[in-house]
Design a protein around this ligand. Structure first.
Ligand SMILES: [Zn+2]
Ligand SMILES: [Zn+2]
Length: 337
């Protein structure tokens, strides 16, 4: 979820850049049409067999998104047909929107985690998922006039060219060339990271980056915040020398960034708990209290803010600090324990 879909999906393909950021690894910085997230990074990686592994491939929505990807590959001497493997760090539209086109033009194999239903359900059953999102938002106290934005599946339908299921699923410990797969859920259930033990490079996807910009998918995991904190602890143990994130610049001090993200997530959770202590309320009201009423009334961020706050509430309930009851009209009420 990166906000409501943009009014135009076209991008300026000339805004791409392509730079070698580690031995045999090029960062392709691809323009996005999203107001709040202007770029996403894909990584082109030389493989021992002479082919190219691409990690993520940018968003879709318009032919110009494809032009940006092909242009960035060509900038470093790679033709789409050279790509043998496409590895998806996770199933969010900005990371895999063009996957179907790339697979068609290159014949590449697509590798990703098996827990992709948080996104593919909305592509395969858009009507049912939109109705479920609407019901859920209503029960969490979203005002009637705002329900449309919270139920929308336009991000998935318009930001992804076609449903793209993995040809081969990846799990913890799998090897792809010189890279080891780590399961790092929290941002999304399907999230993986890739670690190259030879030189300590970590392709981190949206797990963390230089700037603290967290987001958690709600509804497909028991406790996404617990998963997120465990994933950060897992990659912290690697003592990575360089982290390559899904957005923004390479991170030269991964340990410091990981600590900042852990502390930031814990502070957000504390703010949600304080909002719960202000009196029983629905999640929408708690999000307004915790995040500042203005940010929730800005429709651009409301759905992603609510998803985050629901994940924090789930964590607080799982750890015995909050309760949920059902009030009038089936609305959920959260209270301090
Ligand atoms: Zn993401
Ligand atoms: Zn992203």
């Amino acid at each position: 979820m990166v906000g409501p879909p943009p009014s135009t999906w076209s991008v300026d393909a000339s805004r791409r850049t392509a730079v070698e950021v580690a031995g045999g690894v090029w960062c392709l910085r691809l323009p996005l049409p999203w107001a709040l997230i202007p770029h996403v990074n894909a990584y082109a990686v030389e493989q021992p067999d002479g082919g190219v592994m691409l990690v993520d491939c940018g968003g879709w929505g318009d032919e110009s998104c494809w032009s940006a990807l092909v242009g960035a590959l060509r900038d470093v001497g790679i033709a789409p047909g050279d790509v043998r493997l496409l590895v998806l760090t996770h199933y969010h539209s900005d990371h895999m929107g063009t996957a179907a086109r790339l697979a068609e033009e290159s014949g590449c194999e697509i590798l990703g985690h098996a827990r992709h239903e948080h996104l593919t359900d909305a592509l395969l059953r858009p009507g049912a998922i939109a109705a479920a999102r609407r019901r859920r938002a209503s029960r969490e106290g979203v005002p009637e006039q705002r329900l449309g934005g919270y139920a929308s599946v336009r991000e998935e339908i318009e930001g992804i060219l076609a449903p793209t299921l993995p040809d081969r699923t990846l799990a913890a410990g799998d090897r792809v060339g010189r890279w080891t797969v780590l399961e790092t859920p929290g941002h999304a259930p399907s999230h993986i990271s890739l670690h190259r033990p030879d030189d300590g490079v970590l392709i981190a996807g949206d797990l963390f980056g230089a700037a603290f910009t967290p987001y958690m998918d709600y509804g497909c995991s028991e406790d996404p915040l617990r998963e997120y904190l465990d994933s950060l602890a897992l990659v912290d143990e690697l003592d990575a020398t360089l982290a390559l994130p899904g957005h923004g610049r390479p991170v030269s001090d991964p340990a410091a960034a990981i600590a900042a993200w852990r502390d930031g997530l814990e502070s957000q959770c504390k703010a949600v708990l304080e909002a719960v202590h202000a009196g029983p309320a629905g999640a929408y009201e708690i999000a307004c209290r915790a995040r500042g009423r203005e940010s929730m009334e800005d429709d651009r961020q409301g759905p992603s803010n609510l998803s985050d706050v629901l994940c924090h509430l789930r964590h607080l309930r799982a750890s015995g600090r909050a309760d949920r009851s059902t009030g009038a009209g089936g609305r959920f009420l959260y209270s301090a324990r």
